[in-house]
Design a protein around this ligand. Sequence first.
Ligand SMILES: C[S@@+](CC[C@H](N)C(=O)[O-])C[C@H]1O[C@@H](n2cnc3c(N)ncnc32)[C@H](O)[C@@H]1O
Length: 202
Amino acid sequence: MYVNGLLYKHLRSPEKGLIKVQLGPGQKNYLEGWINVDANMFTGKCDVWADIRNPLPFRDEKVDFFYSHHVIEHLPDLQLHFNELYRCLKPGGKIRVAGPNGDVAIQKFVENDSAWFSDFPDKRESIGGRFENYIFCRGEHMTILTWSYLNELAAAAGFKNLRLCKPITETGFPEFVDAQVLSKEWESTPDHPHTIIIEAEK
Ligand SMILES: C[S@@+](CC[C@H](N)C(=O)[O-])C[C@H]1O[C@@H](n2cnc3c(N)ncnc32)[C@H](O)[C@@H]1O
């Protein structure tokens, strides 16, 4: 997969035109007209088979927009990832990055609001067990995403104009985050979203 990513970057990745990339579409979130990149071509539908723990399979300053939804929490080195997003973006390029909402999860845990948490992936009765499910997802998630942490990572990579967006309804980049994209953002409680989303610009 490492070699495949490298070959794609040097032999096939586009150099011209409008380039919109989704990282980690999974089974249901494939975006038509985008370059969809995923590590799992069996359970997911993708255009490029690559492991995004490695450097991203794009050349410097070629991509207009990156989108990812519930993917970066699976990565071991988020600073490397934000640096890579920045490297691949054209000047003025943009990102929308989303994942489990650590800020709201902590608030709901403190409020003892067990109903906010689901019993996925493991059946848990206690709020502690449900909190653990949400944050670590049986060891699939490697980190906890909060606004201050994402802000720090993105700013350190060089991003500017960082903002927090509500799922489904809010974007500063409607030219990229159109109805097709927003239709993929599942959310059950709009006022206390399960997904934290940041947008930023290079
Ligand atoms: C929880 S699913 C999210 C799918 C979809 N974006 C959504 O919101 O429903 C995580 C996706 O990220 C992909 N993924 C996880 N780690 C990855 C990696 N290191 N490189 C590429 N894709 C990865 C998985 O294969 C999976 O498709």
